[in-house]
Design a protein around this ligand. Structure first.
Ligand code: GLA
Length: 377
């Protein structure tokens, strides 16, 4: 499948871990529609690890655990499709999945057929227990070929966490997104760590295959499978803004059936989503005001398809700080007679820049994300 913009959806792992079942999936599908997520672009509902029995059937096929999915997987897929959503599942390139269930090594083609027969539209493919004798690139080629020949359009979501220099070979396999970081946890430290890891590999992201910074923890507040104390709603807003700004797939990991309204508004900010889904998918880069790179302060920019420029000020430190940028570094020199009109996507402030630099105070853990227009004679 050729993917033009970062995929968006919901994944079961962050909140439910092994505790997934039909009721969770069906009620989550209802919530994705009723609470407006589908309308904003969140279209995939993905069941992560721990959905299967520990044995294959007599013909070597994976089978859904009947206690968790009493009506079988096709039933869940049909329900999800009936809501206008797409249905995703999980397997792994090794002999076992990360949680120890049967996995697709040496069963790639039969598993792709099984997924196709259930109506799967998205496959997350992990890297645990993979044989050391077969290179990762070959393992991902195998499943990509199997999916491309299974008779159904299935988005291939690679999950090898950036291991074995994944960035250098993943695009050749046919994956549409690839996990470019280790696992996320529901803590501010984890969000910061993944942000800085991603900064080094931004040039690898682009149309067709997107750097995946892992599922969002927005709205978890310490509950669920990857909870480590949780974050404040302000920290979640900054986390979401960074993931969206950096062009990551936006896969929600919280229980959207019961989440504070503030976090729901974060996940549904249309202007932030539009920067993530910008059709040009241009590379994101760091602005340093020609060399200014203080710890925990990050200024990013991205040229957008319609000539606007997105600029993000992210204060990852625990105190308010002054942050900003020099217009010249963005290709808007004073000599041009041009300046920038900033529009902030969270507060909706409109600001005309009057000088060759722009600075403002950004609160601790906060961010400012501007969609800017070049204006003037
Ligand atoms: C790995 C992945 C996670 C999740 C678990 C499931 O850790 O990186 O995203 O899929 O496996 O066991």
């Amino acid at each position: 499948m050729f993917q033009k913009t970062p995929p968006m959806g919901w994944n079961s792992w962050n909140t439910f871990g092994s505790d997934i079942n039909e009721e969770v999936i069906l009620t989550m599908a209802d919530a994705m529609v009723e609470k407006g997520y589908l309308e904003k672009g969140y279209e995939y509902l993905v069941i992560d690890d721990c959905w299967s029995l520990h044995e294959r059937d007599s013909e070597g096929r994976l089978q859904a655990d009947p206690e968790k999915f009493p009506h079988g997987m096709k039933y869940a897929a049909d329900y999800v499709h009936g809501k206008g959503l797409k249905f995703g599942m999980y397997s792994c390139s090794g002999t076992l999945t990360c949680a120890g269930y049967p996995s697709s090594y040496d069963h790639e083609y039969i598993d792709a057929q099984t997924f196709a027969s259930w109506g799967v539209d998205f496959l997350k493919y992990d890297y645990c227990y993979h044989p050391k004798t077969v290179p990762g690139r070959v393992l991902y080629h195998r499943m990509a070929n199997a999916l491309n020949n299974c008779g159904r359009d299935i988005l291939f979501s690679a999950c090898s966490w950036g291991a074995d220099e994944t960035a250098k070979w993943i695009k050749e396999t046919g994956a549409s997104m690839w996990r470019s970081t280790g696992d996320i946890f529901d803590s501010w430290e984890s969000i910061k760590k993944l942000t800085y890891e991603q900064l080094e590999i931004l040039p690898y992201a682009g149309v067709g295959c997107f750097n995946d910074m892992d599922m969002l923890v927005v709205g978890m507040h310490g509950k669920g499978n990857v909870g480590l104390g949780g974050c404040s709603s302000l920290q979640y807003r900054t986390h979401f803004s960074i993931w969206a700004f950096m062009g990551s797939p936006l896969m929600i990991g919280s229980d959207i059936r019961e989440m504070p309204d503030e976090d729901c508004l974060t996940l549904q900010n249309e202007e932030m989503i539009a920067i993530n889904q910008d059709p040009a998918c241009r590379q994101i880069a760091q602005l340093t005001s020609f060399g200014w790179k203080p710890e925990n302060l990050l200024v990013l920019f991205r040229p957008l398809a319609d000539g606007d420029i997105a600029i993000g000020l992210f204060n990852l430190s625990d105190e308010a700080r002054h942050m900003g940028f020099v217009l010249d570094e963005l290709g808007v020199p004073v000599s041009s007679g041009k300046t920038l009109l900033l529009h902030e996507v969270w507060t909706k402030d409109d600001i005309l820049v009057k000088n060759e630099t722009y600075t403002e105070r950004v609160e601790a853990y906060g961010c400012r994300v501007f969609r800017t227009k070049i204006v003037g004679k």
